[in-house]
Write a protein that binds this ligand. Structure first.
Ligand code: DI6
Ligand code: FE
Length: 398
């Protein structure tokens, strides 16, 4: 059977093909099978056998959530109440709550249960036009439980029309059985877990949490060395609660991204710029923890660092499953412009996942995953709170 050819006419395009939105007012797309063949002015569009009248709607590339912890057991509503009563995130973590309470719940949950729970969150993202997400491990912290999380992540990509990139986040927290034996845990990560999980094809990238309550820069360096030996790209939770020099470390390994970055200094920004490392900003965690120091957006602009925006969807610091709400937070809390916000969930998010050749813009040759919106201008995607103007998400040209 021949591939379907469709002309998507009478549309307004935000192609994200250049530096900005790449607006084409009287635009059209032509898709053939799962690929974009043409994106540009309707008068220049090649013929196609079928056509769809988009009735003047805006079309953007499908959205990308490039930093999530979507797979986990249980929830942290109780801890939320404790924080409302005055406890801090760090205090709860040091008392064995926080990440470790989710580790307990995740270890206990069956693979089936984890799939079912994560699918509900994934469906919320898809309903807003998301077609690619990253999913991290890091709530298992023993071999079988990390494996279970990554298998669940892969299964999400089989259960839905969505591209899933998996990330091994073994260096997320020290599990209780390794208290007092930090080095032995890092040994386990680098000598056993990561090589075995990578050999099973479960790992697309390697991440860590570089923080006083998690892992030091030298410990993270050992994890990155192991990733490098396996040919896997790295990324890092860096400078979220304090400045540990994590972003510069990540940049020295050519990291895809450094994420959070509230406490990033100018030297870290410069290192990221030199390495082409994307800055992934996570306003949901900033909001939930009621942080006051925003990431250094002006310095990131000045150095030309590409900025992405993601939900950080996780049960503790960002129980957020709306990428559109995240855009509103990024503009209101971090003062990102509309263009920066939208680039942050399309072109730059694709880059943060190493998918820039495939997704993130409307350009001939890329996958035909895009979104049709009932809006008058792109700013509406950032400006509204709790309103979803998606008309239709197109996956693979249909
Ligand atoms: N930083 C975060 O914001 C999440 N992980 C991380 O390293 C929080 C994870 C959690 O609290 O469960
Ligand atoms: Fe995170």
């Amino acid at each position: 059977m021949e591939a379907r050819e469709i002309l998507w006419r009478n549309a307004r395009l935000a192609t994200f093909a250049g530096a900005g939105l790449g607006v084409v007012e009287r635009g059209a797309l032509v898709t053939r099978g799962g690929r974009i063949r043409f994106a540009g002015p309707e008068v220049e569009a090649p013929r196609a056998r079928e056509s769809v009248d988009c009735e003047g709607r805006w079309i953007t590339p499908a959205l990308i959530d490039c930093h999530t912890h979507l797979v986990y057991g249980g929830d942290r509503a109780r801890e939320f109440e404790m924080r409302l009563a005055g406890a801090s995130y760090e205090e709860i973590a040091r008392a064995g709550g926080g990440i470790l309470s989710t580790v307990r719940a995740t270890r206990e949950a069956s693979e089936e249960a984890l799939v079912a729970q994560a699918l509900r969150r994934l469906d919320a993202l898809i309903a807003e036009g998301v077609a690619a997400i990253e999913v991290k491990s890091g709530y298992g912290l023993d071999f079988e439980s990390e494996r279970k999380m990554l298998r669940v992540a892969r299964r999400l990509g089989e259960a839905r029309n969505v591209l899933v990139k998996t990330t091994f986040l073994g260096a997320h927290a020290l599990p209780p059985e390794y208290i007092g034996r930090r080095e032995a845990f890092v040994d386990l990560l680098v000598d056993e877990m990561l090589p075995a999980l990578a050999a099973e094809g479960l790992v697309d990238a390697v991440d860590g949490f570089c923080e006083t309550i998690a892992f030091s820069a030298p410990e993270i360096a050992r994890v990155f060395d192991a990733a490098q030996r396996l040919g896997l790209p790295v990324k890092l939770h860096a400078e979220q609660l304090s400045n540990q020099g994590g972003a510069a470390l990540a940049a020295s390994y050519g990291a895809l991204s450094a994420d959070h970055l509230e406490y990033l200094d100018e030297a870290g920004v410069a290192a990221m710029a030199r390495a082409g490392t994307v800055a992934v900003l996570l306003p949901g965690a900033f909001y939930t923890l009621r942080e006051t120091q925003a990431p250094p957006v002006a310095a990131l602009r000045r150095h030309g660092v590409a900025v992405a925006v993601a939900t950080d969807s996780n049960p503790g610091t960002s129980p957020l499953t709306s990428l559109l709400t995240t855009l509103n937070m990024a503009s209101t809390l971090f003062r990102l412009t509309v263009d920066e916000c939208l680039l942050g969930v399309t072109r730059h998010a694709a880059r943060a996942l190493g998918l820039e050749g495939e997704l993130g813009s409307l350009e001939a040759g890329k996958a035909a995953h895009f979104a049709l919106w009932d809006i008058e201008r792109p700013a509406e995607l950032v400006y509204r709170i709790g309103f979803n103007p998606l008309h239709r998400r197109v996956w693979s040209g249909s």
